[in-house]
Design a binder for this molecule. Structure first.
Ligand SMILES: [Mn+2]
Length: 439
């Protein structure tokens, strides 16, 4: 079930409460040029979406706690038959009020003329500077005009503040309805990984596997991939953000796939699986796979209320480093290796990130000195990996890597929701045990 209008309304009420007397200006995304006069398919800005559910470009939402009778105002592209013939349906001002719960709606072109009046009486302006080039000059000039008037009308000069901390704290904790959407995104994404493993075979191109995955996303009603799918055979898997996906799969190589779908309302899955192209691990591949899987399972087991993402990372890291020492790929005492970062030529990223409307979702990881404690409703990925290649030299004192290990890149990633009792793995339908992925 899609997020209900009532839930969008509750989000706005909470946001308005948190704003105190500060007015917020939250712009929608603009269309982005792909090339020449062709645009990328539209992707709404997640903060704007979270508060409005309005999926058109160029709109601007105002949240005005100092105007309790009409605190939610939308500026939208008005109805225009000619424009709609070319670019599709618009809700217009009437739709903004009737379907999206705006107290008042105006054509976007009126923003410059009306913004100053709407901000009158606010204690400050919450606006994200640096991200919205079409809206920022209007906000700054309305702010400037208020500063000009302040000495005469005796009102305190307004402050300009960032809306992000407030809003992102809300987005970090998912409601039950949001978790339901994320379960669906996770399920569709997991099914696509299962299909990919069934079709993968030596000689197939990475791109052909990508097609199977993304076809499933769209068949199942998702918008498409949540991010550039990574389909990386053999040594390509050691490039963390490999997206060229255009090499033939080799017999004897592993295939790393990092792909997840984005639903119509932008909730995302983010899954990585790694398996042998021919269904059979070599000794070295198996040793490293067992190690990454053990690290991942230990890290998932550490996800529970009051733990934090740094502890989860620490658990994965310890398992990896201990295993790498056992395999002779690192040398020294585990504690010291972790402290010095002597593993970073083999494991160079963190173990996870928040997941939600953005794939790398918003929300702080630390507040000052302290890591943010996990709470029920938070969703994070758990994704340790190992990447053995010539790209980064071992640090001083660490052994040279034997050729037999090179070209092995492995990552295993699940989406994990923190629950009252511990955690729920949303992506469990994507198999990862050796028994399941060997043929
Ligand atoms: Mn991820």
């Amino acid at each position: 079930m899609a997020i209900s209008p009532a839930e969008f309304s509750r989000r706005r009420t909470t946001f308005l409460e948190r704003l105190g007397g500060v007015a917020a200006v939250i712009p929608a995304a603009a269309l982005v040029t792909h090339h020449a006069d062709v645009e990328h398919s539209f992707r709404q800005q997640s903060d704007f979406w979270y508060l409005t559910g309005f999926d058109e470009p160029g709109a601007v939402a105002l949240f005005l706690p100092h105007r309790p009778d009409n605190p939610f105002v939308l500026f939208v592209e008005p109805k225009d038959p000619t424009a709609e013939v070319w670019n599709g349906f618009r809700w217009g001002c009437e739709g903004a009020v009737q379907r999206f719960g705006a107290d008042l709606a105006h054509p976007r072109a009126d923003l410059a003329g009306r913004l100053g009046d709407y901000l009158k009486g606010a204690e400050g302006i919450a606006f994200r500077v640096g991200r919205h080039p079409a809206v920022e000059p209007l906000v700054l000039s309305a702010w400037s005009a208020q500063l000009d008037r302040a000495p005469r009308n005796g009102q305190a000069a307004l402050g300009l503040v960032a809306p992000c901390p407030l809003l992102h704290e809300l987005r970090l904790r998912k409601s039950e309805a949001e978790l339901e959407r994320m379960r669906l995104a996770a399920r569709i994404s997991a099914e696509a990984h299962e299909l990919a493993r069934q079709v993968a075979r030596p000689g197939l191109n990475e791109r052909q596997v990508q097609a199977v995955i993304e076809q499933h996303f769209m068949e199942q009603g998702a918008r498409g991939p949540a991010y550039g799918s990574i389909v990386a055979g053999g040594d390509n898997a050691c490039v963390l953000h490999y997206t060229s996906n255009n090499a033939p799969l080799a017999d004897g190589d592993l295939l790393l796939i990092d792909a997840g779908c984005s639903l119509s309302d932008y909730y995302n899955g983010d899954i990585t699986r790694t398996f042998p192209v021919n269904g059979c691990f070599s000794g070295e591949q198996r040793a490293l796979y067992d190690l990454v899987l053990a690290a991942q399972e230990a890290a998932i087991a550490a996800v529970r209320p009051a733990a934090d993402a740094e502890q989860v990372h620490g658990v994965a890291l310890r398992v990896l480093v201990e295993g790498l020492v056992d395999l002779g790929l690192l040398r020294g005492a585990v504690e010291g290796l972790i402290e010095q970062g002597a593993y970073r030529h083999l494991y160079m990223h963190r173990t996870g990130h928040w997941l939600g409307l953005d794939v790398h979702d918003v929300g702080a990881y630390r507040l000052g000195e302290h890591p943010v404690p996990l709470e029920p409703g938070m969703v994070l990925t758990v994704e340790p990996g190992l990447y053995v290649s010539d790209r980064l030299p071992p640090p001083e004192g660490q052994p040279a890597i034997d050729e037999r290990w090179k070209g092995i890149g492995i990552r295993i990633e699940d989406d994990v929701a923190v629950s009252e009792r511990g955690h729920e793995v949303l992506t469990a339908a994507a198999q990862k045990s050796v028994a399941a992925i060997q043929r």
